[in-house]
Write a protein that binds this ligand. Structure first.
Ligand code: AQP
Length: 342
């Protein structure tokens, strides 16, 4: 059985990119695997978070997991800071990972921006904590969106170096699971930018808590172009848009990809249905589909957020089960490293 680990930061609104790129896959993976899903609050504070909002958003992400269909009885759901072993293993990994490796991480460059000197040191070593999150459970497979691929490669490098340095076969070499049609959902305002919770424009994303009116308005106002929709020859053998089409018409590519993902259909078949039509017709159908899926999840999320005692009990129970798995693995790491535990 595979051991699946993944997480989402409680640092902003959960959006359609998080849902299609990650959370929806978490749900399907539950069927045949041993799954651990974390709300990574320690990652979130690598950028400033208001404490009251952090608590609220931690409950919101938990509610998002539950509303999307993660079953807290079969999967483990908890928030990272409740399981100390994550931070403890991260320290060991801070001493395994090389500065040169971290210097290559594009997410640090993007998030630190021009003001790199003022970025927190936590933001810099973020990938080491991410490696610890996964490996403290000896996770084998990690469902993520495409933007996290580089961090997972670093997790593999850390596991390999740890095993080599200490002459052990201790940590597994994790496999990323980048699944589905929409592994990189782009902004509704600018098809060349990733849909992101930190985008200043709320119109750039569909939040999982948006109501039907908000979803409809955002789809209607999504940036499009002046051409008619293409024929299926722009979809490659891999079932994704060819790169030159994506480059030439990023907004059309993004909206059609989202539609295919939301309806669980092949991209080529969806493109065939809309071939030669204008964006107005397409957006009408897209609104119905987006409201149908996201509206339902959003309503369920809101219901759960209004019951914090229930959400907290899920996190408490999950953390207890997570500690029972992580603590013995951390103890073995400490023995391997040579930390005395009298
Ligand atoms: N636009 C996206 N398309 C597909 N997958 C996405 N994910 C995020 N954005 C997209 C995936 O969602 C999971 C949780 O991401 P996260 O919030 O913990 O951190 P992130 O990867 O840095 O993405 P965000 O939410 O957009 O953060 P900000 O706002 O800071 O840029 C991950 O599996 C991620 O790949």
């Amino acid at each position: 059985m595979k051991r699946i680990f993944s997480g989402v930061q409680p640092s902003g609104n959960l959006h359609l990119g998080n849902y299609l790129g990650a959370i929806r896959n978490f749900v399907t993976l539950q069927q045949d695997n041993d799954c651990i899903y974390c709300v990574v609050d320690q990652h979130a504070i690598t950028l400033w978070q208001d404490p009251a909002e952090l608590r609220q958003r931690t409950r919101e992400v938990t509610a998002g997991y539950l509303a999307a269909g993660i079953d807290p009885k079969t999967s483990i759901i908890f928030n990272q800071s409740q399981v100390a072993a994550h931070a403890q293993l991260a320290w060991v990994f801070n001493c395994v990972a090389r500065i040169g490796w971290l210097n290559r991480m594009t997410q640090f460059k993007d998030k630190a921006g021009k003001n790199r000197e003022k970025a927190s040191s936590g933001l810099y070593v973020y990938p080491n904590l991410m490696a610890a999150d996964i490996l403290v459970y000896k996770g084998t497979h990690v469902p993520v969106g495409e933007n996290q691929k580089q961090h997972l490669e670093l997790t593999r490098d850390i596991a390999q170096k740890f095993n080599n340095d200490f002459g052990v076969e201790f940590f597994p070499i994790v496999e990323p699971l980048i699944q589905g049609t929409a592994t990189r959902v782009m902004s509704l305002r600018d098809g060349s930018k990733k849909m992101s919770s930190s985008d200043a424009s709320d119109a750039s994303r569909i939040n999982m808590t948006d109501d039907a009116d908000a979803v409809a308005k955002k789809v209607r106002r999504a940036t499009s172009d002046s051409e008619l929709l293409p024929d299926p020859s722009v979809v490659g053998a891999d079932g994704q848009f060819a790169e030159d089409f994506r480059q030439a018409r990023p907004e059309a590519a993004n909206l059609l990809t989202i539609f295919a993902a939301l309806t669980n259909r092949d991209l080529a078949a969806v493109v065939g249905d809309f071939e030669g039509k204008g964006f107005a017709d397409f957006k009408k159908e897209m609104t119905e589909v987006a409201v149908g899926t996201m509206g339902q999840i959003g309503a369920e999320m809101k219901r759960m957020v209004d019951d914090p005692a229930f959400v907290d009990s899920v996190l408490r129970d999950g953390a207890e089960r997570a500690r029972a798995l992580a603590d013995p693995i951390l103890a073995e790491v400490y023995d391997i490293v040579g930390f005395l535990r009298p």
